[in-house]
Write a protein that binds this ligand. Structure first.
Ligand code: HEC
Length: 122
């Protein structure tokens, strides 16, 4: 019985722990453009730029980030990021711009993926 907690740790830790946090995703990928405004990307913490995006909401922002948008490449050009990681990156930047978004649920992720696939960048 004393082994049970360890066994549970082994089962549950790796899955969640391997996924990057929003800040880590931003630092690894998004900062290239969203740190400087390269290609006119909305800059992290620029409330004026982010206010209308926050108002649009995650249902627009996350699918756009999966598929890309004009000069913004799909997943910020880093296909190694999971859908959850990209969503966390979006939430990290949106919240720095005045949003109050929480960690997405599995059904959020499913809906955003479906939306991205149905309007894939051509
Ligand atoms: C190579 C540059 C580049 C990188 C890297 C990049 N972006 Fe962007 N991003 C842009 C540009 C440019 C825009 C503005 C697009 C437009 O409106 O024309 C943008 C816009 C956005 C928007 C607003 C979308 C909308 O609906 O208007 C979100 C959200 C976003 N990026 C998230 C991310 C995330 C998350 C990452 C990191 C995983 C990331 N970006 C990495 C260039 C980049």
């Amino acid at each position: 019985m004393r082994l049970l907690p360890l066994a549970l740790l082994a089962v549950f830790l790796p899955a969640g722990a391997e996924e990057k946090s929003g800040a880590e995703v931003y630092e690894s990928t998004c900062i290239e453009c969203h740190g400087s405004g390269k290609h006119r990307a909305p800059i992290l913490g620029d409330k004026k730029a982010w206010r209308p995006l926050v108002r649009e909401g995650l249902d627009d922002l996350v699918p756009a980030s999966y598929g890309g948008l004009r000069k913004m490449p799909a997943k910020g050009g880093n296909p190694a990021l999971s859908d959850l990681e990209v969503a966390r990156g979006v939430i990290f930047m949106a919240n720095a711009g005045g949003g109050k978004f929480a960690e997405p649920s599995a059904s959020d992720l499913e809906r955003w993926r479906r939306k991205a696939d149905s309007r894939r960048k051509r």
